[in-house]
Design a protein around this ligand. Structure first.
Ligand code: GAR
Length: 216
């Protein structure tokens, strides 16, 4: 399966996909990596892996529609079958999400539908949540929404701050993003009543990340 990975920055989820493709964990290849921001660390990772990469800087387009046309053209030219948003921080219009309906997924650092948007970890700590996590979901017109494929959960510890929590959740993100892409590439996902069912995974798709050993 040909993947197109969209990034805006660091690219650690991209790296997880690069590593999984290289070690044959994923029956997939990354055909193109596109960043909407120039000179980000994720582009360096893509170059190092010898991948085709492109910067499509949203600032050079007069509106979202024109930016997305360029994005869409690049994805289609590269023969992309699945678009993976990996820290891609642009809101997409319904024209784009409909074109890629069922063929675009996103990873978000919260237990959706709680805490869509930014600063998820500080908001979860502030709210007194006992658990935090991450979600991989199909992309829909609404931001950080759409049918859930897999979630990871980890406890929020009394001494957690947004950075410590983000670091722990990020490790789980890398696991569940690869797993979600793998299920799609293997043709194991289908939708029923707006929910995602995974063939052979009766217990549903969840991943528990225990707290560090030192924690109570
Ligand atoms: C990740 O935590 C990802 O879940 C988040 O941005 C970070 C990107 O890190 N995405 C969103 O917040 C999307 N709403 P990375 O560039 O190292 O993969």
């Amino acid at each position: 399966m040909k993947l197109g990975v969209l990034i805006s920055g660091r690219g650690s989820n991209l790296q997880a996909l690069i590593d999984a493709c290289a070690s044959n964990i994923l029956p997939a290849e990354i055909s193109i990596v596109i960043s909407n921001r120039p000179n980000v660390a994720g582009l360096e990772r893509a170059e190092k892996a010898g991948l085709k990469c492109l910067t499509i800087d949203h600032k050079f387009y007069k509106d979202r529609e024109n930016f997305e046309l360029a994005l869409n053209d690049a994805l289609e030219d590269a023969g992309v079958e699945l678009v993976c948003l990996a820290g891609f921080m642009r809101v997409l219009t319904s024209t784009f999400t409909e074109r890629w309906s069922g063929k675009a997924i996103n990873i978000h650092p919260s237990l959706l539908p709680s805490f869509p948007g930014l600063n998820t970890h500080s908001r979860a700590i502030e709210a007194g949540c006992r658990f935090a996590g991450a979600t991989v979901h199909f992309v829909s017109a609404e931001m950080d929404a759409g049918p859930i494929i897999i979630q990871a959960v980890t406890p929020i510890l009394p001494n957690d701050n947004p950075d410590s929590l983000a670091a722990r959740v990020l490790k789980a993100e890398h696991e569940i993003y690869v797993q979600a892409v793998r299920w799609i590439a293997e043709g194991k996902l289908f939708k029923e009543n707006g929910k995602v069912i995974i063939e052979g995974v009766e217990s549903g798709a969840s991943y528990y990340l225990p707290p560090p050993h030192s924690a109570v």
